[in-house]
Design a binder for this molecule. Sequence first.
Ligand code: BEZ
Length: 237
Amino acid sequence: MEEKKEIKSIPRIGEKAPSFKAVTTQGEIQFPEQYEGSWVILFSHPADFTPVCTSEFMTFATLADEFEKYNCKLVGLSVDGLYSHIAWLRTIKEKIDYKGMKNVEVQFPLIEDITMEIANQYGMIQPGESNTKTVRAVFVIDPQGIVRTVLYYPLSLGRNFDELFRIVIALQTADAFNIATPADWHPGDDVIVPTAGSCGVAKERMESKDNDVYCHDWFFCTKKLDSKTIFDKITKK
Ligand code: BEZ
């Protein structure tokens, strides 16, 4: 008889982030329950003591306080063991001077996942790329523990941190102001008003005299939303 392989679904946008308990460089964590009320970026890297990962970790650690301003915490993962993680983070702090970043202390938890259980749960092992290393996965999870964005990068490509910030800010802006954000949006650019759901609203939109709203057509209306209004609302006080 043909053996049936279990096909695991990876976490998808709009679904609850799978729950796990893990050992990390900051002690044990229960994920995502422990992060209820905060945004969190759960990300994987291929391996400790590798150059692209080192550049990323130094950048994540340097930007951790900036993420915190948006109530966003960081949690890393690789299939290396705890002592490798500790040794790597000590080396980064003591020896690595890269692009003006030095003496960098990684204070967010880095998960050890030698059994690859969590990596498999989150679709971080992608055998076409590697059977033994996690790809560069990014899960942006909201304060209710719902997956809101999923990104996967290959081993050779370091992540774009401007984009990670843009994602966190855009998601929080969409939630806070009930809008959507167009291509290449940055705070201060016009935002998109939810598409009219009835003929009446479509007509109202097209006839609106509101100077802050501009309709390209009934289904595509943008409005002004200045960055101060956004940051006043979404940044931690
Ligand atoms: C790196 O981080 O440099 C790396 C890790 C695994 C494979 C290739 C590159």
